[in-house]
Design a protein around this ligand. Structure first.
Ligand code: GDP
Ligand code: IMO
Ligand code: MG
Length: 436
């Protein structure tokens, strides 16, 4: 049995979708645990190339039960569009269950997300504009509507009316926006509800049966640890908890079932949106990585900020999550680099520090201290084994594992499902020795 939580170790877009698609071939259940359609998970497999926002990336294995867990903020319109797009390409979604506990993203959440961003002015977070923050605010404020409410139109109408009245007060008086009308939202959401009805329920009993039977369950994280609401670079964060603990909670899986926390890290660093990023490169190297990696957001198309691998942030992420194993993705994007840098410490106000600061304004003053490693300057995208990688590439990956003190179990050398090197136990053991 294996219950594996697949978590972004950095600021998102580490390649979690690809790793879930890869591992789902052997999984009976995949649960998406948190976040909403602010996530964009790319999968490239024999069915084609897909950008998933809400549907779990295990959907391509017809044997896998896919669950949207209670911790997700669900825009049902986006989910339907995604399901329709999958059907149009021959992918079956009948194995999808949506927890009736998921909170709904409503049209007014999108309006509020935009209005709040505008009001922040220069301090804007650079959200994806998908209404996720306002939807989670309503959940915490105990006024949100849930997917289960859709099942009874009378109850849904009452709760919607209440919510719209409250939001109108906000939109009109605080943001000077136009007030919104209940009825078109009611029409839209009840029509969607009829189509989603067969998928809505309580996945708890089925999940429990799978866990007790020792089946393999993957928990799909969205975003990344440095975007965590509590442990990320607040306030430049998302509004859910993309950590191992947050995933267990969002999926409704008791911690005692977890066997592996798998941290997914890019071989370098990227960030979309605002907030400090000590290793960000504003030079031609950063631009070369962005072009080689086509680092543009899956959800918003924004250029991603690129930089060298930050092992200070990585160690912090490994500690918060207690990772058992790492997937290092996109190694191939560094193929052309003659020299590589890894940030091993920060200089803060003339002092060397090795801990990731809790306060954003302190992090913003940190200057990376680098160690340099030799590049391999040859293509790795065809490598299909650890020993098939150039020695310098192996040293680079090993160094990441050693600095984070977590063995690397998977190395990504391309976007395709098969472009993944699964490490043999012997290679993992040798990393442990090298680190000790
Ligand atoms: P996610 O949000 O963590 O699922 O990541 P995204 O899908 O937003 O971004 C990761 C991008 O990297 C996608 O375009 C993937 O297809 C791609 N990808 C994942 N792993 C690898 C890899 O090892 N090499 C290359 N070249 N691309 C990869
Ligand atoms: P995946 O799952 C990268 C970032 C946004 C913004 C901040 C808050 O594809 O890795 P939000 O809309 O969540 O309120 O925006 O969080 N962000 C992501 N960045 N990948 C993601 O998801 C992200 N989800 C949110 O860019 O800076
Ligand atoms: Mg993404």
């Amino acid at each position: 049995m294996a219950v594996v939580a697949v978590v972004g170790g950095q600021w998102g877009d580490e390649g979690k979708g690809k790793i879930i698609d890869l591992l789902a071939a052997k999984a009976q259940v995949v649960v998406r645990a948190q976040g909403g359609d602010n996530a964009g998970h790319t999968v490239v497999n024999p069915h084609g190339k897909f950008a998933l926002h809400l549907v779990p990336a295990g959907i391509f294995n017809p044997q896998t039960l896919c669950v949207i867990g209670a911790g997700v903020a669900l825009n049902p319109q986006i989910l339907l569009e995604e399901m329709d797009a999958l059907h149009a390409r021959g992918v079956d979604t009948s194995n999808l269950i949506i927890s009736e506990r998921t909170h709904l993203v409503m049209p007014y959440h999108l309006l509020l997300d935009q209005a709040e961003e505008q009001a922040r002015g220069a301090a804007k977070i650079g959200t994806t504009g998908r209404g996720i923050g306002p939807a989670y605010s309503d959940k915490v404020g105990r006024v949100g509507l849930r997917t289960g409410d859709l099942l009874e139109p009378r109850i849904f109408a009452e709760r919607l009316e209440d919510a719209v009245e409250r939001k109108n007060r906000f939109l009109v008086s605080m943001y000077g926006a136009d007030s919104i009308d209940c009825s078109p939202i009611f029409e839209q959401y009840t029509a969607i509800a009829e189509r989603l009805r067969p998928h809505i329920g309580d996945p708890g009993p089925q999940l429990e049966r799978a866990l007790v039977a020792g089946q393999t369950v993957l928990i799909e994280g969205a975003h990344g640890t440095l975007l965590d609401l509590d442990y990320g670079t607040f306030p430049y964060v998302t509004t859910s908890s993309p950590t191992v603990a947050g995933l267990l909670l969002g999926a409704g899986i008791a911690p005692r079932y977890l066997t592996t926390g798998l941290g997914v890290f890019k071989a370098y660093q990227t960030r979309v949106g605002a907030g400090p990023m000590p290793t960000e490169l504003h030079d031609e190297v950063g631009e070369a990585i962005r072009q080689a990696g086509q680092e543009f957001g899956t959800t918003t198309g924004r250029p991603r900020r690129c930089g060298w691998f930050d092992a200070v942030a990585g160690r912090y992420s490994a500690r918060i999550n207690g990772f058992d194993s790492l997937a290092v993705t996109r190694l191939d994007i560094l193929d052309a680099q003659p020299t590589l840098k890894i940030c091993t410490a920060y200089e803060l106000d003339g002092r060397r520090i090795e801990e990731f600061p809790s306060r954003t304004e302190v992090l913003a003053r940190c200057v990376p201290i680098y160690e340099e490693l030799e590049g391999w300057r040859t293509s790795t995208s065809g490598a299909n084994s650890w020993s098939g990688l150039p020695p310098a590439a192996r040293r680079y990956v090993e160094r990441i594992g050693a600095l984070l003190d977590v063995p690397v179990g998977i190395v990504g050398v391309g976007e395709g499902r098969e472009q993944s090197i699964m490490m043999e136990q012997s290679a993992i053991a040798s990393q442990r020795l090298a680190a000790s």
